[in-house]
Write a protein that binds this ligand. Structure first.
Ligand code: C2E
Ligand code: MG
Ligand code: MG
Ligand code: MG
Length: 280
């Protein structure tokens, strides 16, 4: 196919390839170092109950800013970390940091959600490690939520579901992330030991005007109700989206409208403000 573009095309193609390989190799070694030297950071994004906009939780998101590469988005370096066998270390680190932050949160009813990779679920000691971490941080299990993408969950249903059941038996919450894009058969969903469905940003983005997006959202809410699950919408950016989601019966919203991912101290400050205004 490159041949059809002529000689210049081939050269440009080869150069582009070389650049991307160089960048990839650069990223690889720098990511290894960043993980080893604890150069990652954590931010917390508020999750708000749509009925009254009270902050009820936070999602912990990893950040990596490299002096040479700049800010590398997790959508780029998490898949790389998975290939390099580093993702387990990142998850462990995020888990420790998230538990420390939720222990320091002024409101003891707020929970923190941590993103897990499908690969974490293949580790036989996942449940023991998580149990240990909760113990060490002295955080009650019901203040932790594990987010797993729907597509990761359907990878190996019996294995993943076994682990989900064990986590749930501990009292940890389970949320199926990016829901609506991962092709879960209804038969599986009924079996899955989960507590909430997180409606993918792809549908939320097209609200309130797109009738397919409305249809999908309505269907996910009906499905969740039928199964006794909570619903969360990700990527809520506008008042019109929030109003529509609320009308459709979605419980919780997360997105720039309610707050950007924040450094933990700022998140705690927002929670404190909320507690103070509730007391007035
Ligand atoms: P996710 O778990 O679905 O996280 C939500 C993403 O949406 C985050 O992107 C967040 O910053 C972004 N977001 C939040 N509100 C809005 C909004 O109103 N509009 C838009 N356009 N985006 C919004 P981020 O932080 O870049 O993370 C991307 C993905 O990387 C995450 O998707 C998750 O799959 C993965 N990820 C992030 N942190 C971790 C982590 O610690 N461990 C693992 N395994 N994956 C992570
Ligand atoms: Mg998530
Ligand atoms: Mg998500
Ligand atoms: Mg997403």
């Amino acid at each position: 196919r490159a041949g059809a573009a002529g000689r210049g095309g081939i050269n440009a193609f080869a150069e582009g390839l070389q650049q991307s390989v160089v960048r990839e190799l650069g990223i690889e070694s720098r990511l290894r170092e960043a993980v080893r030297d604890n150069l990652l950071t954590l931010v917390l994004q508020p999750k708000c109950r749509l009925a009254d906009r009270r902050i009820v939780g936070a999602e912990a998101l990893v950040r990596w800013s490299d002096p040479l590469l700049g800010a590398v988005p997790p959508a780029e370096f998490i898949p790389l970390a998975e290939r390099l066998g580093l993702v387990g270390k990142i998850t462990d680190w995020m888990l420790q940091r998230s538990l420390a932050e939720i222990a320091a949160c002024p409101d003891p009813t707020i929970s923190v959600a941590v993103n897990f990779s499908a690969l974490d679920f293949y580790h036989p000691d996942l449940v023991v490690r998580l149990c240990d971490s909760l113990d060490k941080a002295a955080v009650p299990p019901d203040r932790l939520v594990v987010e797993l993408t729907e597509s990761a969950a359907v990878h190996d249903v019996p294995l993943v579901n076994g682990r989900l059941q064990a986590l749930r038996a501990l009292g940890v919450g389970i949320s199926l992330d990016d829901f609506g894009t991962g092709h879960t058969a209804l038969a599986y969903l009924r079996q899955f030991a989960v507590d909430s469905l997180k409606i993918d940003i792809a549908f939320v983005r097209d609200l309130p005007d797109s009738s397919p997006a409305l249809g999908v959202t309505r269907t996910i809410v009906a499905l969740a109700r039928g199964l006794g699950l909570e619903t969360i919408a990700e990527g809520v950016e506008t008042e019109a989206q929030a109003a529509t989601l609320r009308e459709l019966g979605v419980d919780v919203g997360q997105g720039f409208l309610f707050g950007r991912p924040l450094p933990p101290a700022e998140f705690h400050r927002r929670v404190r403000e909320q507690m103070e205004s509730a007391r007035l």
